[in-house]
Design a protein around this ligand. Structure first.
Ligand SMILES: Cc1cc2nc3c(=O)[nH]c(=O)nc-3n(C[C@H](O)[C@H](O)[C@H](O)COP(=O)(O)OP(=O)(O)OC[C@H]3O[C@@H](n4cnc5c(N)ncnc54)[C@H](O)[C@@H]3O)c2cc1C
Length: 571
């Protein structure tokens, strides 16, 4: 990406990094509590593209629940916008030719999906966010038995696309609920009162010295590399919440400090799903489940495994049947259902009833929550903070009224958009751009050196000036330094970034551009001017993933051109 040079300043942070330790030296004055070491995983678009080039959607679908499975490892790059979800989606669709004769998916108006499937598919199969338990006893994906769009064969890339959709779904909930993602969305279904959960991370957990080989290995990987396989996250989170009885928020904060891909939505809502404050039952597992998907090596090396099962002193706490574990972990609940592959619990929990919706009683509905967030300072920006359900896929267009009047803006690059898909960079490829490391944000949610180095490496592959300090003050100084008439940025989901945008907008004209959405725009609604203007018509129902997916899936498959029977070679 070419760019005209703009004046350098001695306070700019270096744009060469010969030694990754340089990052801690440069940023230490702003981040006095900096902890940890750099991750072996490198930041930057080059590495992201290398990984993207290796994806194998079909192998992914067949193996992703196994620790040694063909997962992409793309989450840190997606989290920071080095790759957009739309780019990964397109790579998947390009990688896997649709099956011959793939029919257009039926639109949402098609015959209704049985109510039971809709309400429970998350817990029971194909719509499960984490996949591990979406296997039938014969090992085949449970979703293989169902087809939401009647008559249409499954697309070989569906499994991976669906996981991308989980990220999009969590992001939309974050947009709707804001800080609410960090609070219980529903009562716990464990039979334990909230006060039964402790709020201090025990030293043996923090240091990975519990004596359980699997758990200690997961902790070492979390702390050392900042990335864990999804199944390892599930097991570790479940151990933290259900075996050690610690508050899920404590675990989420711990993960957040270490994960390269951590964000408020995917992290907190996943923890809530494990804890049962955003699902109908707690997630737990047993040794057989762990060995099936992790292989035998942990148990073979584990001292606890040699001492017997969950009932033995010092034995493996996971070695028991699901019924026994249910009795041990949740003695206040009645067992009415034998779990399948690792998730177990009577679906109605103590009350004998399954919660009917993900929105807790008394919480505002999604549209209400969206409306409630438009304060005066963000009035112009508030409409842009809505989920990107009705935005055109490309090209990036100025979305704020008057934004196109900025003739010589600077660009604010933030940590959700560190790639060339950044809408501001695409709209103004020759304008000066600034990224600011924000120590106040680091107070709010600790970022270790792993994350800072990763971001720094991403920045070095972007045409951007790097500073540290208060983002608003730094941006205002940058506007003055470059003789700019305002700031253009890309819409962020993170509330803190939105607050910075709002503060900035009080001082200088700001235009916020929409990132490319995973789910293509509803073009008919856009043309009619209804979806974008009124927020209706093009918006999904977010109460459960299954409902969101019914909205998203046909729109995504709409991008797939059916293959000609002769492979498209016909004349
Ligand atoms: C307790 C817990 C905490 C988690 N915290 C985070 C987090 O902070 N950030 C994060 O990105 N993911 C989080 N996840 C979800 C998931 O574990 C990771 O996205 C995934 O393991 C990343 O590895 P991958 O890139 O190889 O994913 P792949 O399986 O290759 O999937 C491709 C992409 O889809 C998205 N994705 C896949 N699964 C999920 C999911 N269940 N939820 C949301 N997005 C998904 C990710 O962007 C991922 O890169 C968490 C899961 C659990 C159980």
């Amino acid at each position: 990406m070419s760019r005209e040079p703009w004046p350098a300043d001695p306070a700019d942070l270096p744009r060469e990094l010969s030694d990754r330790r340089g990052v801690s030296q440069w940023l230490a004055p702003w981040f006095p509590g900096l902890f940890g070491e750099a991750s072996p995983r490198r930041g930057g678009r080059r590495e992201a593209e290398r990984l993207l080039g290796e994806i194998d959607p079909q192998a992914y679908g067949a193996s992703r629940n196994h620790l040694a499975g063909d997962v992409t490892g793309l989450s840190p790059y997606i989290r920071h916008g080095v790759l957009s979800l739309a780019e990964v989606r397109d790579a998947v669709l390009a990688e896997v030719a649709p099956p011959s004769g793939l029919s257009e998916p039926e639109p949402a108006e098609g015959p209704p999906i049985p109510a039971d499937t809709r309400a429970h598919s998350w817990e029971r199969g194909g719509s499960h966010p984490f996949g591990a338990e979406s296997l039938r006893r014969d090992g085949a994906p449970a979703s293989a038995a169902r087809r939401p769009w009647h008559g249409a064969p499954r697309h070989p890339g569906e499994s991976l696309i669906r996981q991308l959709a989980w990220r999009d779904y969590w992001q939309r909930l974050w947009s709707a609920w804001g800080e609410g993602v960090h609070h219980d969305r529903e009562p716990l279904k464990t039979g334990h009162p909230p006060g039964a959960y402790a709020n201090d991370l025990p030293a043996d957990l923090a240091t990975g010295t519990t004596g359980l080989a699997c758990i200690d290995a997961f902790v070492a990987e979390l702390v050392g590399s900042g990335w864990l396989h999804n199944h390892a996250r599930l097991w570790l989170a479940s151990y933290v919440v259900h075996w050690r009885r610690l508050r899920w928020q404590l675990g989420a904060r711990w993960f957040h400090a270490h994960l390269l891909d951590a964000d408020g939505a995917s992290n907190s809502l996943s923890w809530q799903w494990v804890a049962s404050s955003f699902s109908s039952k707690p997630y737990f597992f047993n040794r057989a489940n762990l060995e099936r998907f992790a292989g035998p090596s942990f148990c073979a090396a584990c001292p606890a495994a040699g001492r017997g099962g969950a009932g033995a002193v010092g034995g493996c706490p996971f070695e028991a049947s699901y019924e026994e574990l249910q009795e041990r972990l949740f003695p206040g609940l009645l067992a009415t259902e034998v779990p399948g592959q690792g998730r177990g619990m009577a679906s109605g929990a103590a009350s004998g009833k399954r919660p009917s919706a993900a929105v807790a009683p008394g919480e505002p509905s999604v549209p209400q929550a969206l409306k409630a967030r438009s304060g005066p300072a963000v009035l112009q920006l508030a409409t842009l903070a809505q989920p990107a359900v009705s935005q055109p896929a490309a090209p990036a267009q100025p979305a704020a009224p008057g934004a196109d009047q900025l003739r010589a803006p600077v660009l604010w690059i933030h940590a959700e958009a560190l790639g060339p898909a950044n809408a501001a960079l695409r709209a103004h490829p020759h304008r000066p751009a600034l990224f600011v490391f924000d120590p106040v944000a680091a107070d709010h949610e600790p970022w270790g050196l792993k994350r800072l180095v990763f971001i720094y490496e991403c920045l070095l592959e972007l045409p951007v000036t790097i500073r540290a300090g208060d983002p608003v003050e730094q941006l205002l100084a940058f506007v003055a330094r470059c003789g700019a008439d305002g700031v253009v940025t890309t819409r962020a989901v993170d509330l803190r970034l939105q607050a910075i945008t709002a503060r900035l907008a009080e001082r200088v004209p700001v235009a916020v551009l929409e990132p490319d959405p995973l789910v293509p725009a509803d073009l008919e609604s856009l043309a009619a001017g209804t979806a974008a203007a009124s927020g209706v018509g093009g918006l999904p129902d977010l109460r459960r993933f299954s409902r969101y997916w019914r909205w998203a899936e046909p729109r995504i498959w709409g991008l797939v051109r059916p293959q000609e029977p002769d492979g498209g070679r016909g004349g």
